[in-house]
Design a protein around this ligand. Sequence first.
Ligand code: DQA
Length: 144
Amino acid sequence: MKTAFILNGPNLNALGKREPGIYGGNTLAMIEADCAAAGAPLGLAIDFRQSNHEGDLVDWVHEAADKAVGIVLNAGAYTHTSIALHDAIRANAPLPVIEVHLSNIHAREAFRHKSMIAPVAVGMICGFGPLGYTLALQALAARL
Ligand code: DQA
């Protein structure tokens, strides 16, 4: 089995109780279980993590270069602000990064329309809720 890192940014630890009208009722633990189940037939073991701290996410992108074949990344609000994450992904090219968002960021506030991740990602999946994570794993497996 190859390993895929699935990295989750700030406030995603609160999924299930955080704005369920936008993010749905599934917890992050439920999404992790979905990812493990979806990864197995694709030959991908899942290393699933969440942090509210930008530096942790930067460290994990670098760690993935040694330990993983690719990353599924929901950077939460750091999506819209983090040059550091953008640079970390660039620094580890061509390690593939698939960007995921539960909500359709383009249908929301203008400040969510810009992604610092998108220019350095293979592609973005947004607006499909937790299904986006398993779609991203399929996209990663196809890319490999
Ligand atoms: C999010 C969208 C971001 O704009 C927001 O800051 C999040 C979650 C999503 O999954 O829809 O925290 O990444």
